[in-house]
Design a protein around this ligand. Structure first.
Ligand code: FES
Length: 114
């Protein structure tokens, strides 16, 4: 398990997302309400970059800009064709205002104050 600084929580208000490059892998960090999710930024269907698509907060999905594939941000599961294969998900940790992506873990975190 490895932990990588991603961004500051204060720069990621609800509804915002960011792309973080970790060892050459683009990871989409999305804040939906007070929850943070980290998934692979590359669509499993073809070459769509998910940060160029839309986040759907009600269903907690991210949509691909190329062919309307969608993925559940919580699980990485493909929820809309033509996307079929899942995308990787990553863990997220918060320490103060620092947000970390954790490779090798698979949980998201709640960003509301403890
Ligand atoms: S590349 Fe994402 S749906 Fe085709």
């Amino acid at each position: 398990v490895t932990r990588h600084f991603a961004t500051h929580l204060s720069s990621l208000p609800p509804g915002e997302s960011a792309v973080v490059d970790i060892d050459g892998v683009e990871i989409l960090l999305a804040r939906v309400g007070d929850n943070l999710y980290a998934v692979n930024n590359l669509c499993s269907h073809a070459e769509g970059w998910l940060d160029m698509g839309s986040v759907y907060p009600v269903t907690c999905e991210v949509g691909c800009p190329l062919h309307e594939g969608r993925f559940d941000l919580r699980t990485g599961r493909a929820t809309h064709e033509p996307a079929v294969d899942p995308i990787a998900t990553y863990g997220v940790e918060i320490s103060g205002d620092d947000v970390f992506i954790v490779i090798g873990a698979e949980s998201h975190v709640n960003a509301s104050p403890q």
